[in-house]
Write a protein that binds this ligand. Structure first.
Ligand SMILES: [Zn+2]
Length: 303
């Protein structure tokens, strides 16, 4: 029964523009909204604590009960990037009976961190005047302020995303992990990825938890240029997740929410995904599941 329900839910289609709970009245949300988080807790990248998540759920439950629906039948929560810090929130939601999808990017198991997180962590420890070499570019940190580090991280990220083809991006990605590993001997637990042995028991414990793909190197899917690149970033992550976790992977979240009609069509028709998930405006075709970002959202009274 549970499995059939879940399959039905996986096959559902939604179409509504990107909205945040802060900007929209809860009562105007569709009956079956899907929400999106990243990492949970204090840190560079996230805006929500586990207390925020609990508050979101409480508010949503009140509203859905008022609408006359069982919130467990309607609401879905997703967590992108496979951050380890999101595990307690995921457990809490599963224990409350909610459906959860973890969109897990595939990294070489030796590399436990995502490039963007490595970048922030490295920059946090870089001293003023130090030069960071990435590919053929050199970046200098001119000021110790947190804001300057953030701006530099954004510049480097933009550089990585805009300049490189997938092949070059992957080589810089590996090079960057080496820079990272050579600079740090203390790992940052908060931004570590969930380990296979942490996720596996949860996947077996409940049908409410599903695993989705999220690319190999978190590269922009709208920049994939040919079938070979689509295979590398879209098809093989799914195959490898299915092999490692021994579960069926039916969904993918597009990194940064970005994709093209060709990417969507390949993912759905040739690579047999049931749906893809995005949080970008106007990008939701037949095979996509729009999501509402809850990172850092504070619920205002009366929302
Ligand atoms: Zn992501």
């Amino acid at each position: 029964m549970m499995i059939n329900k879940f399959k039905l839910w996986l096959s559902s289609r939604y179409d509504f523009p990107r909205q945040s709970l802060a900007a929209v009245s809860l009562s105007s949300l569709p009956k079956d909204p899907t929400f999106m988080y990243h990492s949970i807790g204090e840190g560079l990248f996230n805006g929500s604590s586990i207390a925020d998540v609990a508050a979101h759920v409480k508010k949503l439950e009140q509203t859905w009960h008022l609408k006359g629906f069982d919130p467990r039948e309607c609401l879905t929560f997703t967590f992108d990037d496979g951050y380890r810090s999101s595990l307690p929130a995921i457990n809490m939601l599963l224990n409350m009976g909610y459906r959860v999808i973890v969109f897990y990017p595939l990294c070489d198991p030796e590399f436990r961190y995502l490039p963007k997180d490595c970048l922030r962590i490295v920059l946090d420890r870089l001293s003023v005047g130090s030069v960071l070499r990435i590919g053929d570019m050199r970046f200098t940190l001119h000021c110790a302020a947190r804001h300057s580090r953030r701006m530099l991280a954004m510049r480097i990220n933009r550089f990585l995303m805009m300049k490189y083809s997938l092949a070059d991006y992957l080589s810089v990605y590996y090079e960057f992990h080496n820079v990272y590993r050579s600079l740090l001997d203390v790992p940052c637990k908060e931004h570590a990825l969930m380990r296979v042995d942490e996720l596996l028991p949860m996947l077996f414990r409940t049908n409410l938890l599903k695993l989705g793909a999220h690319g190999r190197a978190h590269y922009r899917f709208d920049r994939l240029r040919n079938m070979r690149e689509m295979e590398v970033e879209i098809l093989t992550p799914r195959q490898e997740l299915e092999r490692v976790f021994d579960v069926k992977v039916e969904s993918l979240a597009y990194p940064y929410g970005l994709y093209t009609p060709a990417v969507e069509s390949y993912a759905m028709q040739h690579y047999q995904y049931v749906f893809g998930a995005s949080d970008q405006d106007g990008m939701n075709g037949n095979g996509s599941l729009p999501r509402i970002g809850l990172d850092g959202v504070e619920l205002v009274a009366g929302a």
